[in-house]
Design a protein around this ligand. Structure first.
Ligand code: ADP
Ligand code: MG
Length: 698
């Protein structure tokens, strides 16, 4: 049997392969590009391309592709083979540095939100050497950024890399102020915990809603759901275990550090978490993980549902984005230190995050806004749509002491006032695991829990990196010219606590009273839905911040506004059309057939026994008839609302019409269909029920 270390990363052109296959000069030069972004010259690119090709061909690859992440939310690839004709009539396998560095896919079918003029259909892809190339099937995949010829980002990687650079720049300024002259760069790291559902392929195929929208649009509550909490961390069923085993193997070959796996709260729900890595690599790997989950599931006769809310009434799926920042030497800047001086630096970084989350609540909410995630946020299961932070008792105590100049009541009761020399040593607080907070400090990292399960984690990290870069910039601007570093530092930390403590909340985020307190008393934003949230990306303060750090241009921000709302409208409209179609062609006919057969059978019985009342049948037929009438009316109303969308003057208005009207009509149609389901004999029902789906994998 092959051991994991023997095949881990075997499909990746990683550092080990580079070292072994590149000359020392080329390797050193490439390493500089990877580590500090030194531009790559064509000679080096040619040498890397040659080595990459030789390695890939040896692994059986015949094609290469520039693998990128357009704004559709999934990945895209266009394959070219390595072959090139040779004079003797045969072929040789070729791959040049130019082909490695730059590609020119036709960009016209990818969303651009108005960024790409029609004369400029071509976009280009540019190699991201910081994320390793890998082999998928018979194709060498080269992670790339995707831009228009005008230089506008048409993807999620470009702004992510820019945000990492912004954070790097500002964090280094702070480190220098604390006397760190050695750090070459800082990077943010991410470990995304991925939730998903597994159901059988056979049942999936019978449900148009799952096939077209990834979620059930109908379904009466099953007799058993997640009430008993007997699934969480429960024994993994053999079929699921076999899936997980193969999934791990595939991920490990791709160098993805799949680490933990367990059953989640809802029946049929599971989670996979990798070990954290540099943010842009984590983003690429998470996209790949989602793709491979679906592929492996299908080999096992299963379907992996990544939708945020596949089933009403049971928990939805999210993706906890664990985030921290560290130096190239591996020092985690969000880890409380050993000395008071380190602790002052830690507190400043902590404050930068607190300030960032408060100042840019809207951007964080926007970064996770999708039609699917709207079902989850605020639905009494996932974090609410209101952003708040959880820090834990120990840190709260420290911050309170600093704010009020009171002695800190920690292990070493100490006055917190006089600058960095007297900051106490405090323990990292890992005991209290508040599970309801959207943004929780968990000892040496923050866990942003609002990301949807099917979403790319790129956007969340773009906003997080940028907002924290902004706080750090403000701090660095102030401290670099300071005559009295220690007292200015102390004052700034105090001011941050005073100004931003309203974002810190340690109670239960699922409580209704919290939403009231958050919005009424604390003035926090409650952007309930995607149409509520997205327009704020155009707010001046957000545009100013994002453009000043070079993360987005103003045109790019506008394009993202358009594309995100367009995605929302398209997604919900497809759902609405699917509902109307299912109600008319599947559900109403099933209920009607059952009613007609029941009526027939009553007539037959009455023929046999004169004067037989047939009370059961009569009542049932009346009920079912009323329901089919109801279904018809609700479908009519839904279709009218869908048709009305054509009259919207722009995407903002269309999304508001969906929020204020269409969603209600969808809910009304679902309600009467779900009422009909338990009254209709099972053999008439046209597709598998919730109970079948949720408990179908043995
Ligand atoms: P849980 O949140 O379920 O208790 P853990 O705290 O063990 O689980 O870790 C969850 C995720 O956080 C994992 O992907 C882990 O690798 C990641 N993680 C741990 N430390 C860091 C860090 N310093 N920066 C970013 N992610 C981290
Ligand atoms: Mg977690």
């Amino acid at each position: 049997m092959k051991t994991v270390p023997s095949y881990f990363g075997s499909l990746v052109f990683d550092d080990r392969v580079m070292k072994a296959n590149l000359s020392a000069d080329v390797y050193r030069s490439l390493r500089k590009t990877i580590d500090v972004g030194k531009p790559l010259d064509l000679g080096v690119a040619n040498a890397v391309a040659e080595a990459m090709k030789a390695w890939a061909v040896e692994q059986g690859a015949t094609h290469f592709t520039h693998w990128f992440q357009p704004l559709t939310g999934i990945t895209a690839e266009k394959h070219d083979s390595f072959i090139s004709p040779s004079p003797d009539g045969g072929v040789i396998m070729e791959f040049s540095g130019k082909e490695l560095i730059k590609g020119e896919p036709d960009a016209s079918s990818f969303p651009s939100g108005g960024l790409r003029a029609t004369f400029e259909a071509r976009g280009y892809t540019a190699w991201d050497p910081t994320s390793y190339a890998f082999i998928k099937g018979k194709t060498l995949c080269i992670p790339t950024a995707f831009c228009s010829y005008g230089g506008h980002a048409l993807d999620k990687k470009t702004p992510l890399l820019r945000s990492m650079e912004a954070l790097n720049k500002q964090a280094l300024r702070i480190l220098r102020l604390f006397g760190n002259t050695k750090a070459k760069y800082i990077r943010s790291s991410v470990g995304p915990e991925q939730e998903y559902f597994l159901i059988t392929k056979e049942m999936y195929d019978q449900r148009p809603d799952l096939r077209f929208t990834g979620r059930t649009l109908f379904g009466a509550k099953p007799p058993k759901g997640q009430e008993l909490d007997d699934h969480y961390f429960g024994v993994i069923k053999p079929r699921v275990a076999a899936f997980m085993e193969e999934l791990n193997e595939e991920l490990w070959k791709l160098g993805i550090l799949a680490k933990t796996e367990h059953n989640e709260v809802a029946p049929a729900q599971h989670e996979l978490a990798p070990i954290y890595t540099t943010t842009n690599i984590a983003v690429d790997q998470n996209q790949l993980t989602m793709e491979i989950m679906q592929k492996v599931a299908s080999k096992h006769g299963l379907v992996c549902l990544l939708h945020e809310k596949p089933f009403a009434g049971v928990n939805g799926s999210g993706k906890h984005n664990n985030w921290s920042i560290a130096t190239d030497a591996g020092q985690n800047l969000l880890s409380p230190g050993e000395t008071p001086y380190e602790n002052a630096q830690f507190l400043l970084f902590l404050c930068a995050v607190i300030k960032a989350v408060d100042d840019y609540q809207d951007l964080l909410r926007i970064s996770v806004a999708t039609a699917g995630n709207d079902h989850r946020l605020g639905a009494n299961e996932a974090p609410p749509a209101v952003i708040s932070m959880f820090l834990g008792d120990e840190l709260n105590g420290v911050l309170e002491a600093i704010e009020t100049d009171a002695p800190y009541q920690g292990a070493e009761k100490i006055q917190m006032k006089l600058g960095v020399d007297v900051l106490p040593k405090f323990n990292r607080d890992t005991t209290d695991r508040n599970r309801t907070s959207p943004f929780a400090f968990t000892g040496n990292k923050f866990e942003f829990r609002m990301v949807g399960s099917s979403d790319s984690i790129a956007c969340a990290n773009i906003m997080l990196n940028s907002a924290v870069a902004e706080s750090l910039k403000i701090y660095a601007d102030r401290l670099e010219g300071s005559a009295d570093f220690e007292s200015d530092l102390h004052e700034m930390i105090r001011k941050t606590i005073r100004d931003h403590k309203h974002i810190i909340f340690n109670g239960n985020g699922y409580d209704d009273s919290w939403i009231e307190e958050a919005t009424e008393k604390r003035g926090l934003m409650n952007l309930r839905t995607t149409p509520d949230a997205i327009p704020h990306i155009l707010d001046k303060k957000n545009v100013d911040m994002l453009t000043s750090h070079g993360v987005f241009t103003e045109a790019e921000i506008r394009s993202r506004y358009e594309i995100t709302l367009e995605n929302y409208c398209k997604t919900v409209t497809i759902e609405a059309n699917t509902m109307a179609d299912m109600a008319r062609t599947l559900i109403a006919p099933a209920v009607e057939a059952f009613a007609a057969d029941t009526a027939q059978s009553a007539l037959r019985k009455q023929k046999l026994v004169d004067g037989l009342a047939c009370g059961y049948e009569t009542k049932l037929v009346a009920k079912l008839s009323a329901l089919t009438d109801g279904i018809d009316e609700a479908a009519d109303a839904l279709e009218q609302s869908i048709a009305a969308l054509a009259g919207a003057k722009d995407i903002g208005e269309e999304s508001a019409m969906i929020r204020d009207d269409l969603l209600d009509k969808m809910a009304a149609l679902r309600k009467v269909c779900d009422e009909a389901e338990p009254l209709t004999a099972k053999k008439y029902w046209p597709y598998p029920s919730y109970a079948d789906l949720l408990f179908g994998v043995k």
